[in-house]
Design a protein around this ligand. Structure first.
Ligand code: F6R
Length: 242
């Protein structure tokens, strides 16, 4: 079931997302969180940090699993998702480094890294999976026509995604990695609860398809219609085609 919450602006969206995230953490001190990078969750992460500063909500027992990581840039590159997550959230709360999981892009055997991540995900059910969405309906880096039963795997990024992400690489598409490791769609669907955030007009068609479109691998996010606990929080622009 998909519950849609339309917000006036990004600030309100981030507050609504924070309340949902906080209720999971308050109910379960050792919750497992599935996290995302990108622009959409930054306000939510800022709210989590502000709440940690003021109210000392503890993350000592929380485990996290990130959706994805680029391949071909060093893990300490400022735009790696490892760096993004530490800069925007982990460095500012009391989470233990050992409880942080991000697909590893290191070493020669990336398939083994995928297999190891799948094994960990099989052992740890995600209580809440945070998602952004691509303008083409991708979730994680599961681009159109990724199999709905996919697990963690290596992907070639679509040109549209490379273009979307060039803003983080001096607007130079040649600097954007061309491959990534991503949790698969089946891993995402295994989460107990899913929270998807989207803003802006360029997400409106993807949001429309997610909620009202035919469930089809041509738009990966349409699979969410088969999950029993999805909340989509959007601003007015992203909701404009609903
Ligand atoms: C990020 C991820 C991507 C983004 C999506 C939206 O970990 O997996 O699917 O969520 O590309 O990105 P933003 O939020 O920057 O619009």
């Amino acid at each position: 079931m998909i519950n849609v919450i339309v917000c006036d602006d990004y600030n309100q969206l981030s507050n609504v997302a924070f309340e949902i995230m906080l209720s999971v953490i308050k109910n379960k001190a050792d919750a497992t969180l599935g996290l995302a990078t990108g622009s959409s969750p930054i306000g939510l992460y800022q709210n989590m940090i502000a709440d940690y500063d003021k109210k000392k909500t503890s993350y000592k027992m929380i485990k996290t699993f990130n959706l994805d990581e680029y391949v071909g840039i060093d893990v300490h590159h400022p735009e790696s998702y490892y760096s993004f997550m530490h800069r925007n959230l982990f460095d500012h709360i009391d989470i233990e480094e050992k409880n942080i999981h991000i697909p590893s892009n290191m070493g020669d055997d990336l398939q083994k890294n995928c297999d190891d991540y799948n094994k960990l995900l099989a052992e740890n059910v995600i209580d809440i999976q945070l998602l952004g969405i691509g303008s083409n309906g991708h979730i994680g880096f599961n681009e159109p026509y990724t199999a709905f039963d996919s697990l963690t795997h290596i992907v070639d990024l679509k040109q549209s995604t490379i273009n979307d992400n060039a803003r983080f690489f001096n607007n130079d598409t040649s600097l954007v990695p061309k491959k990534a490791i991503t949790m698969g769609i089946a891993n995402v669907m295994a989460a107990r609860k899913i929270l998807l955030l989207a803003t802006g007009e360029n997400k409106a068609e993807a949001i429309y398809q997610t909620i009202k479109g035919k469930i089809d691998e041509s738009c990966p996010s349409t699979i969410l219609q088969r999950h029993n606990d999805v909340t989509i929080v959007v601003d007015k622009l992203a909701a404009s085609k609903l």
